[in-house]
Design a protein around this ligand. Sequence first.
Ligand code: CP
Ligand code: NVA
Length: 313
Amino acid sequence: MGLRNKDLISIHDLSVGEVATILDVAKKLKRMQKAGQPHRFLAGKSLAMIFSKASTRTRVSFEVGFHQLGGQAIYLNDAVSQIGRGEPVKDTARVLSRFVDGIMIRTFSHESVLELARYATVPVINGLTDLLHPCQALADIFTIQEKLEVLKGRKLVFIGDGNNMAHSLMYACAKVGMNMVCASPKGYQPRPDILARAQEDASHTGCTVSVEEDMFKAAKGADVLYTDVWTSMGEEAEREQRFAALHTYQVNEELLNMARPECIVLHCLPAHRGEEITDSVIEGPHSVVFDEAENRLHVQKAVMALLMSDQTL
Ligand code: CP
Ligand code: NVA
């Protein structure tokens, strides 16, 4: 499918076929890496990585992944670049486009990423905004496929804050035909416009995306339980009020009992044990969180190779 030279900003922008291609290429690249086979699809290329927020997984998986594909990744943040001194996004986009073959960005405002992509002449990859985290959700779907084989008709229940992760999972589930329920309290539910778009996609793939306040009702028959922190990066000032609203929205043994016996538990990490998930669940037999984290590497390599490689994959 034709992903060459495109951006990856939102899963909603991808076709059903493009999502399938990313999953297939990720599987192939994971196999090649495990077998020690070279896969230098981006030899001689460079990637600029802009981080205005902290990261462990995203930074390391993009940097290592681009290296394994034969290219070089350059880390930039507000302190070491001119971005922190206020150089306009549109200028950064045009300058970096003269040097590198792709730009990965993690920042606060989603609009900044859209602006970067508007002015860049190379592919732009969204490494998380306040609104979306598409690379994580693609790695999550890949992990679910590895563990449960069939995606269509499965039920994923997201517990907690209707945040960037919830939004991207809604888009991702809708593309692959998985039913998704977002269990969140009033005031912390996903954005209605994102929900509507996901529901529109879901109507084409024959699944449903919905919001439910009662998490026990939502978790009934779940194949996948997913949660994320109550307070995302940039929301630290709201920590207390978020805790008050969300403290019952925890993935624990009681909730797990509502799901299917073979249910898997995902968390994008970093996790706050004792808040959105208990230590016993994240360390328990249903949890696949470290395979999920590893899959960031394989899925992002697929995305980068598909967007930037001159070779046929
Ligand atoms: N899940 C995730 O994106 O982790 P980092 O914040 O460590 O990159
Ligand atoms: N919702 C979290 C995800 C971190 C990977 C945040 O935005 O901080």
